[in-house]
Design a protein around this ligand. Structure first.
Ligand code: GLN
Length: 481
């Protein structure tokens, strides 16, 4: 039963094949067996999960079940969960029990889902390998010597290792799509503002967006149905009405116009990955799509612009961790300054400190125009590139990552190499667009992800395009377990 995807589980629960309690028990058993090695979960909520499952089964027996009732999911450990530790992968919040639920979490509770636990992540979502977590690295279920990608590596490993039916995650520069690619699952990053950020621990507020990790696009649509919508508590959430993201999922792709950015098929891309992506595109042509080359001329500037803007916003967001209000406080401070200093030096890990320093520098008087303003101008140019491309094509396709998952420890000494991990994903965040990564092949037994990027609020179309591919191929069915 734990091998089933979310939509399949929904149908099985509906037809009474098994109960939510039975399924939840199975997942909890599997987590107990696997998690000490995989390290996908930071916190497992056995009791809560079983009581929610019981309530879901009761609701169903009274005829009150929706499509998500009784489905066991996990939340990335940066969504506030009332009464449950919300650590954000950091020593700073190791002792933080959230007093309220994030809107996303609240929506899932209202939809009747079961919370299995909180998934591991890079500290404050800063990373591409899940190695910056205070709780240690997550292993890739396909090969436990390899990283699962990051920062949502715990959610990715939990879905791919069949330790939950689906998981929430967030993507600031690629943290849903890159780990989805490395673990052979479907990762959807919606348009900025489509999903409320309220109750999500902030990293870079103009880029952070919550999304889904699932086996299939159909599963992602079901989760997005629960998550999407305006939230009066988040002024950056969009008031554009949410849709039923499953409604158009089966539409034929006849006439779909696909753009392939030349910049995403050039130097640095593994030849086998490229071949897989080209084969996937050929599959879309069989499904009735047409393909043309496009250009995103400023895409080579995206990583540089991001590593000014994201740290700048992070330096402001993380100033709240001062040992006064909540979270970690150093032992026996001699005065206020000592408390601030030691709390922050002891509570944050190396990568977080690096970002705070870069961000503070970029925002400081005298450097602000040269770095921050310049980066914002580049961001505009990148958005313009996409707008121009979308006058000619409906969706843009390419590799999610230039390669497959890499070895734990192999890129730790070189931050810039690690930053380049998101070379194909970051521009999408800078432009605020929706993107999805779906499994599209294997290289030496390791998954390869195809990235599909859409126009603003084109989630339905992205899910439709991904779903039709998944109906025609079986890459999404390959599993490490
Ligand atoms: N890898 C990028 C970073 O470290 C993106 C992280 C993310 O999307 N949360 O900033």
């Amino acid at each position: 039963m734990i091998n089933l995807g979310l939509a399949q589980i929904s149908r099985a629960l509906g037809s009474g094949e098994f109960s939510s309690v039975e399924l939840t028990q199975k997942y909890l058993q599997e987590i107990a067996k696997q998690n000490s090695d995989l390290n996908a979960y930071i916190t497992v909520c056995d009791e809560l999960a079983l009581s929610q499952a019981q309530a879901a089964d009761e609701a169903r027996s009274q005829g009150n079940a929706g499509p998500m009732t009784g489905i066991p999911i996990a939340h990335k450990d940066l969504f506030c969960t009332q009464g449950i530790r919300t650590s954000c992968g950091s020593k700073m919040l190791d002792n933080f029990i959230a007093p309220y639920n994030a809107t996303v979490v609240e929506n899932f509770i209202n939809a009747g889902t079961v919370t299995l636990g909180k998934t591991n992540m890079d500290e404050f979502a800063m990373g591409s390998s899940n190695e910056t977590s205070f709780y240690g690295p997550v292993k890739n279920p396909w090969n436990r010597d390899l990283v699962p990608g990051g920062s949502s590596g715990g959610s990715a490993a939990a879905v791919s290792g069949r330790l939950c039916a689906g998981a929430t995650a967030t993507d600031t520069g690629g943290s849903i799509r890159q780990p989805a690619s490395f673990t052979g699952i479907t990762g959807l990053k919606p348009t900025y503002g489509r999903v409320s950020r309220w109750g999500m621990v902030a990293f870079a507020s103009s880029l952070d967006q919550a999304g889904t990790m699932t086996q299939t696009a159909e599963d992602a649509a079901m989760m997005l149905n629960v998550m999407a919508g305006v939230d009066p508590k988040d002024s950056t959430s969009s008031d554009r009405p949410a849709e039923d993201y499953t409604a158009d999922i089966d539409k034929p792709l006849t006439g779909l116009k696909i753009g392939l950015p030349v910049q995403h098929f050039s130097e640095g891309l593994d030849a086998t990955v490229e071949q897989c992506i080209r084969d996937a595109v050929a599959e879309f042509e069989k499904l009735g799509a047409t393909v043309k080359e496009i250009s995103l001329p400023n895409s080579h500037l995206s990583v540089s612009a991001y590593y000014v803007i994201a740290p700048a916003e992070a330096s402001a967001n993380l100033s709240r961790y001062d040992g006064v209000r909540y979270g970690y406080r150093c032992e026996n401070p001699v005065n206020l300054e000592d408390m601030y200093k030691r709390t922050r030096s002891e509570g944050f890990g190396t990568e977080v400190k690096r970002r705070i320093m870069v961000g503070t520098y970029a925002l400081s008087a005298g450097y602000y125009d040269a770095y921050y303003i310049k980066a914002q101008k580049i961001r505009r140019l990148i958005k313009n590139d996409f707008e121009k491309a979308f006058q000619e094509v409906d969706v843009i396709m390419g590799p999610t990552s230039p390669h497959t998952a890499f070895a734990i420890g192999s890129k730790n000494d070189d931050p810039v190499t690690m930053y380049l991990e998101d070379i194909y994903t970051i521009a999408v965040n800078l432009a605020g667009l929706p993107g999805i990564s779906i499994p599209a092949g294997l290289l030496n037994g390791l998954p390869i992800g195809l990235q599909i990027v859409g126009k603003d609020f084109a989630e339905s179309q992205l899910l439709n395009v991904a779903h039709k591919f998944q109906q025609a191929t079986d890459w999404h069915e390959k599993s490490p377990v």
